[in-house]
Design a protein around this ligand. Structure first.
Ligand code: ASP
Ligand code: MG
Length: 422
């Protein structure tokens, strides 16, 4: 039994959906659970729709809703085998359902409304995919992942009830997947009150891992538009190379530093059951891609590069140039937590304490103001944090050029540099 995950890019138009079917033809005899994300950029569109709904902006709501509906109808049109086919009629009903929801008054919190509306993206995509596969003689059953993934009522960031979820998946879903291929949604779950919840943006990888955990699947494959896990974002480093194998521990570390190929929460449930994760290209389903597993013992010595833009560098010293001591640090951390700011890097010296944080102006401005009351504070905005694993093999010169480096931190394997933008 295997779990496959197809992200938004793999179902962004009719040709892409057809390609998913052709990937699946390579796995005819396999028991598969197929997890799919919303099509293309639908989630972003739905986020705008939520805002218009909560703001009672009927005009905006109409425009955005029509865009989302047209986008899906265009895909359906491209998938129709016969112009008079009624195969996709039930998707029209789902749109009517969403339309009815939008006509009601918004009640409850923003996050609650967000989950009720944004979750439609995955419902639409999974319905369309399941229908298209059936039309293409790939037998499958559509299931609603909300019946299986049980979360708390923390909307937009639902916390999974692992015991309940894995029990239901093992008992109810496993026998279904043993019999036929199943198509379901990523990203969405259900609260104890039977309301829809979501697992956080880009959460479909995580859903795949949750299902794999409950099913005791033999593997999870994330099908992407890249050959596998690369040692850098190829958009930033054209000479980026594909990594064949990666140990779980290293994968977690890379995710922690901000590598975006694998959703950080995905790895832990897989690691705990020793389920290997494959990242493979949906354009080249024969190619092996990248394997992430405990079986990969060999430490890969290829340097990995992770970039984080828009970083704020904050240097804090005491007003009287005394040492920054424990009580100061406690105070600084409490201010950070009050402003909801997380440190990406910290460095301590005799009379100063430095922080690198995501430069979210709303939060950072408040933090800087709060700090200035008790400390001398200097800040540098718009810097870039570069994390390099295996830096001894890295070409730092061409990475940095003659950019100013505001901060440098070296561990045995990991080097972090905070560089000015030009
Ligand atoms: N559709 C959701 C998002 O775009 C979940 C996902 O793609 O993983 O955030
Ligand atoms: Mg997505």
């Amino acid at each position: 039994m295997k779990v496959f995950k197809f992200g938004g890019a793999s179902v962004k138009n009719a040709d892409a959906v057809k390609n998913v079917a052709s990937v699946l033809r390579h796995f005819e005899g396999d028991s598969l659970l197929i997890v799919v994300s919303a099509m293309g950029k639908t989630t972003n569109g739905l986020e705008k729709l939520v805002k218009a709904y909560v703001d009672h902006d009927a005009a905006a709501m109409q425009i955005i809703y029509a865009e989302i509906k047209d986008f899906h109808n265009e895909i359906i049109k491209g998938l129709l085998k016969r112009a008079d086919s009624h195969a996709y009629d039930d998707i029209e009903n789902l749109f009517i359902e969403l339309e009815c929801l939008l006509e009601t008054q918004a009640e409850g919190s923003y996050d609650y409304n967000y989950d009720q509306i944004v979750s439609y993206g995955e419902i639409f995509s999974s319905r369309i995919l399941s229908t298209y596969l059936k039309e293409s003689d790939i037998a499958n059953r559509w299931i609603d992942s909300r019946n299986f993934i049980q979360t708390d009522a923390h909307y937009r960031e639902g916390k999974v009830d692992w015991d309940l979820t894995s029990t239901i998946i093992g008992r109810k879903l496993k026998p279904i997947v043993q019999k036929q291929k199943v198509v379901t949604q990523g990203f969405i779950g259900q609260t104890p009150d039977k309301q829809t919840s979501t697992l956080g943006r880009e959460g479909s990888d995580y859903s795949a891992a949750i299902f794999a955990y409950g099913l005791d699947a033999e593997s999870v494959t994330i099908w992407k538009d890249v050959a596998g896990v690369m040692n850098a974002d190829p958009k930033r480093m054209p000479n980026a190379v594909k990594i064949n194998g990666l140990n779980y521990t290293v994968a977690i570390e890379l995710a922690y530093y901000g590598a975006t190929v694998i959703h950080p929460k995905t790895i832990q449930p897989l690691q705990s059951k020793g389920i290997p994760l494959y990242v493979r290209s949906f354009m080249d389903p024969e190619a092996p891609g990248t394997e992430v597993s405990t079986a990969i013992q060999e430490e890969n010595s290829t340097p990995f590069y992770i970039f984080k833009d828009d970083q704020a560098f904050i240097r804090i010293s005491s007003k009287d140039f005394s040492f920054i001591a424990e009580e100061h640090l406690t105070h600084i951390f409490s201010l950070m937590s009050a402003c909801n700011v997380r440190a990406n890097v910290m460095q301590n010296s005799a009379i100063s304490f430095s922080l690198v944080v995501n430069d979210d102006p709303k939060k950072v401005d408040v933090l800087l103001e709060a700090l200035s009351k008790d400390y001398q504070v200097n800040s540098e905005r718009g810097t870039q944090l570069i994390t390099v694993r295996n830096y001894e093999n890295a070409d730092l010169k061409s990475l940095l050029g003659d950019r100013k480096v505001w901060l440098e931190q070296r561990g045995a394997k990991v080097l972090q540099l905070l560089a000015a933008n030009d």
